[in-house]
Design a protein around this ligand. Structure first.
Ligand code: GN1
Ligand code: MG
Length: 377
């Protein structure tokens, strides 16, 4: 059996069917550790599952996290359809432990959970424009569906997750601490600090409007990067949105912003060379994401929406640099300077967004006009 004894022991706590034959680590996602498990079902077939070690340094209240995930996935199973024209994907299901719990607290203090595996699916690294538009429609549909649920039902598992002001403070604190603790890293980031805070200052009005209540708090996904959508392997149609760990009170504007950050950039998240915003990709994101939300967005949301990509991109730049300065404990890295490169790539992207702000606002405005309503309903 090509499965390590400790993994096999953990897996035996879950209500999987059959006998485990294979376990393979999957290197996707920056936070949790994921294993793909194969089970022999005893009838000549195989079952596939995902077993995930929850990062409890990031999600410090695992019961609150799993209460959110279980509530949401149970809701999806019998979700009333607002409109058949929205995207309703095939979400993964939780596999409970044999004791009926949504997660396992292991003897060594680690936390584990399991999901059904969605087959014949793939992540698109370099999607075509039509595929980006379809992904944006899927995320826009989800934002609309989530906004139908009450925020009160969900725990805020990471407080101030998208609060730019506190991200800026945390970055400054990490920079000061690094002066003594990691002088090499401090020297690399220091020359960028002024630019970063200039970018964040441009984005702060949106953050303030959320903090003051001018923008409504709505349930949101909060981690809408392109790699959190699975596409069908053959047709490349969106199949399923994944990673519901940060579904909590937020704003659809943040979901729009993070999709633009991850899908309308000219390079990968950690590639600063030549990094800028592609207005072509941005436009198809507007075309996909905005129409499903048109029936609910209020005036303030329409006004601030074009600022959301800059807000989220600044946030990520600050977070990657802060993690770099603090010794790379938050985001998984695959090579030593990766968090620095991520921070720099996001800073360049933010600068490019600030430069093209007028054009971005105009494109958003075209798609926010009420005549687009008929495109979905
Ligand atoms: C993390 O879990 P994952 O890899 O989808 C992070 C997001 C960042 C993203 C950047 C809980 O997302 O906030 O936008 O990395 N998740 C958490 O790639 O911090
Ligand atoms: Mg995640």
């Amino acid at each position: 059996m090509a499965i390590a004894q400790d993994l096999a022991n953990l897996a035996s706590a879950f209500a999987f069917e059959g006998e485990p034959t294979k376990a393979q680590a999957i290197a996707s996602g920056h936070i949790n550790r994921t294993y793909y498990l194969t089970y022999d079902n005893g009838r000549g077939g195989e079952n596939y599952y995902l077993l995930q070690k929850i990062n409890s340094a990031v999600f410090q209240d695992v019961p609150a996290l799993m209460a959110n995930v279980a509530r949401l996935l149970a809701y999806f199973k019998n979700e009333p359809h607002i409109s058949e024209e929205l995207f309703y994907g095939r979400e993964p299901e939780l596999i409970f432990t044999k004791n009926g719990a949504s997660f396992l607290a292991a003897a060594d203090g680690s936390f584990w959970r399991a999901y059904t595996f969605i087959g014949a699916a793939t992540i698109l690294k370099e999607p075509a424009l039509v595929e980006i538009r379809a992904a944006a429609f899927a995320y826009g549909s989800l934002a609309r569906r989530l906004a139908n649920l009450s925020c009160e039902l969900f725990n805020e598992t990471i407080p101030n997750f998208h609060a730019l002001k506190s991200r800026l403070l945390a970055f400054n604190a990490a920079l000061s601490a690094a002066a003594e603790e990691r002088p090499e890293r401090y020297k690399k980031v220091l020359p960028l600090a002024q630019k970063l805070s200039a970018m964040a200052t441009l984005a702060l009005p949106l953050a303030k409007a959320i903090a003051s209540g001018e923008l409504p708090r709505r349930l949101a996904h909060n981690d809408t990067k392109l790699s959190n959508i699975l596409f069908a392997k053959e047709s490349h149609e969106p199949l399923s949105i994944i990673d519901f760990d940060t579904v909590m009170p937020g704003s659809p504007l943040y979901d729009f912003g993070d999709l633009v950050r991850s899908a309308a950039a000219t390079g990968a998240e950690d590639e600063p060379e030549g990094m800028e915003i592609s207005l072509e990709k941005y436009e198809v994101i507007c075309q996909g994401f905005i129409p499903p939300l048109l029936p609910i967005l209020n005036e303030a949301e329409r006004e601030y929406l074009p600022l959301a990509p800059l807000t989220i991109t600044c946030e990520l730049s600050l977070r990657f640099f802060a993690d770099y300065l603090s010794g790379d404990h938050y985001f998984a890295i695959h090579y030593p300077e990766q968090n620095f490169k991520r921070g720099l790539a996001q800073l360049k992207l933010a600068e490019s967004m600030a430069e093209r702000a007028g054009e971005m606002a105009k494109i958003a405005k075209n798609n926010l006009s009420p005549q687009n309503l008929k495109k979905v309903y």
